[in-house]
Design a protein around this ligand. Sequence first.
Ligand SMILES: NC(=O)c1ccc[n+]([C@@H]2O[C@H](COP(=O)([O-])OP(=O)(O)OC[C@H]3O[C@@H](n4cnc5c(N)ncnc54)[C@H](O)[C@@H]3O)[C@@H](O)[C@H]2O)c1
Length: 312
Amino acid sequence: MRVLVTGGAGFIGSNLVDVLVRDFEVGVVDDLSTGKAEHVNPKVWFKEMDILDDGFARALGEFGPDAVVHLAAQPSVAASLLDPDRDWEVNAEGTRRVAEAARDAGAVRVYSASSAAVYGEPVELPLPESAQKDPLSPYGRSKLASEELLASELASSAVDFASLRFSNVYGPRQDWRGEGGVVAVFCAALVAGRVPTIFGSGKQTRDFVFVGDVVAAIGAALVSDSRLRDDPDGGPAYNISTGQQTSVEALAKVLRSFSGFAEPYNYGPTREGDIEHSALDPRKARSDFGWDARVSLENGLEQTYRWFLGSE
Ligand SMILES: NC(=O)c1ccc[n+]([C@@H]2O[C@H](COP(=O)([O-])OP(=O)(O)OC[C@H]3O[C@@H](n4cnc5c(N)ncnc54)[C@H](O)[C@@H]3O)[C@@H](O)[C@H]2O)c1
């Protein structure tokens, strides 16, 4: 199988590609806006290009993928608030172009990264795919629009299109600058001997999923036999998550145990727009892809902390 990964130089993408190259021919398109050239696996066909570039469809045709994993995106909620037009262009219009180009290039399956941000304030926990969608940010809205577009493409073509809604992904290579996930931000502070800051009470919870588990989910989805399920109310979408809630304070405590950092953490004000609790129900991915998140939080955090230690 030939698999094209957009965003394959990024955090999730580069971890994915390192595993896919063991079994498949892999191509990467990435404009290196947040991704890093040194994370692009040397075994892949690589094109440094914006997915919005006029030459993108031609490049995709040149590689000729059987499947496309679309991870390239403007990934920051904060950046989407500052520049919603750019966010829309990359995430909504970008996904439309990737979907069309993939179909024209003869791909039979397209998976696109979506996010817990499409749900907004949860009405139940853990959230099933069918839960109400009321995104709170331009980022959440552009991800939801890209999901809707793929659902209509699925209905009108022979290609299997689906969205994978990641919860809070963490692991090696996550960028801690900008809007880096809380795990990356804490790890970077701890290895540099800086006191991490917990924003809000620390009792807020997230569904932290290790990047290795996300990579395994995408791998399982790529080889799964099941025709992607367009549930009447859930859409062709899958939560990729653990279903578990972990508080930021609990996370901080585990990281403290590896780092030996003795000082108390700082506390800062609650960040505007932050939801209090989040967890996504992964049962649909389990039943359709035979996938489960297997890496414990302690193990995943230790791997991540050690990576930050080594990259200092
Ligand atoms: N990290 C998380 O916790 C998380 C959670 C939910 C969803 N997601 C989604 O998963 C995907 C991957 O996220 P990530 O955390 O690896 O982010 P990332 O920033 O590390 O990766 C995104 C990659 O896409 C590339 N890119 C961005 N715009 C591009 C464009 N116009 N053309 C070509 N390449 C472009 C970047 O250079 C980067 O390599 C994104 O779609 C993101 O929205 C991530």
